[in-house]
Design a protein around this ligand. Structure first.
Ligand code: GLN
Length: 312
């Protein structure tokens, strides 16, 4: 029998207190702005179907979304290409790191939209004839998912663009294969700016809830993407969202999710709620150490494991 807690009264500060004691992991140092992150930062939020948001301390601290943006870029690419993005990008897990310089054998397509190759392409597939237009479309789309106007950390965007050598390599490789049809440098610029979008755990939880609840933002009531697209995106989060740690994540947490190197994790519990955790120290696969612990506890306490027979 399930004894799941009610998310409307669940004590997120108590969960945060439990999770704060975890000391493992390293803060990402790929760009100076991420290396400067406060390793003690820890915020947790839930977004519920009635539009209410539940938040722990520090759930309003701003951070760059990083790879937690990838499900939303995939959703926007599916919407703007009328599904053609599904032919242009694979949906199989790679078992490799997020920035592996590798495309699908035989097709030259990115393996899936949750690794960097795939997200460089999804960001290139959204509507817009040039970099500014695609940036504007992504900004508007991400803000719709969040239910509020988001901003971009321009320093982070510039650093990512300048220092993202592996992303430049991937973009050129996809150009050579004919799978990327915009300029390589333009593709990196747009993707880097999307990763530099500032959110907090509350906004990211609403974004996760919008996918979990059939594409309708529970705060604004706006249908951001059709339910079929939300389902496709959540399916790929489940299989590929935590890169080469996706199997362990699905067994232990059992909630489709996407990690990012800022220490962000967005979770979409289908039909139930969205959640987000921010805590910068990462494990070797780029997943927030405290984020994983918090997600395991949320899953267990709220009965959210999608494969549990007694799901709450
Ligand atoms: N901006 C980072 C990159 O492309 C995002 C990586 C991540 O969060 N896993 O390298």
């Amino acid at each position: 029998m399930t004894s799941a807690s009610d998310p409307t009264s669940y004590d997120l500060d108590a969960l945060r207190d439990r999770v704060c004691h975890e000391r493992g992991g390293e803060v990402d140092a790929s760009i100076p702005q991420l290396a400067d992150a406060d390793p003690d930062l820890c915020g947790i939020a839930l977004a519920l179907p009635d539009g209410s948001i539940r938040a722990s301390a520090q759930a309003d601290a701003a951070f760059s979304v990083q790879s937690a943006v990838k499900p939303f870029l995939f959703a926007l690419a599916l919407l703007d290409t009328d599904g053609e993005a599904l032919d242009r990008i694979g949906i199989e897990p790679t078992g490799e790191a997020f920035d592996a310089i590798k495309l699908e054998t035989g097709t030259g397509r990115p393996p899936n939209p949750m690794v960097n190759a795939g997200a460089l392409l999804t960001a290139a597939l959204v509507d817009g004839d040039d970099v500014d237009a695609r940036n504007a479309r992504i900004h508007e789309g991400l803000s719709s998912f969040a239910g509020r106007e988001l901003t971009v950390d321009e320093d982070v965007a510039a650093s990512e663009h300048l220092l993202g050598d592996r992303n430049h390599a991937l973009a050129h490789l996809m150009r050579a294969e004919g799978t990327l049809r915009v300029g390589a440098d333009d593709a990196v610029a747009v993707y880097a700016r999307a990763c530099a979008t500032l959110v907090d755990a509350e906004a990211l939880a609403v974004m996760g809830a919008t996918l979990a609840l059939g594409g309708r933002n529970p705060v604004t009531g706006v249908q951001v993407v059709p339910a079929s697209i939300a389902r496709d995106v959540v399916s790929v989060m489940a299989t590929c969202g935590v890169y080469d740690g996706s199997g362990r994540w699905m067994r232990g947490v059992g909630i489709p999710a996407k990690s990012g190197v800022s220490g962000a994790i967005v979770l979409s519990a289908p039909g139930a709620l969205g959640a987000a955790v921010i805590s910068p120290p990462l494990d070797e696969q780029g997943t927030s150490v405290r984020g994983r612990v918090a997600a395991e506890a949320l899953s267990a306490d709220l009965g959210l494991h999608v494969f549990a027979a007694d799901r709450g």
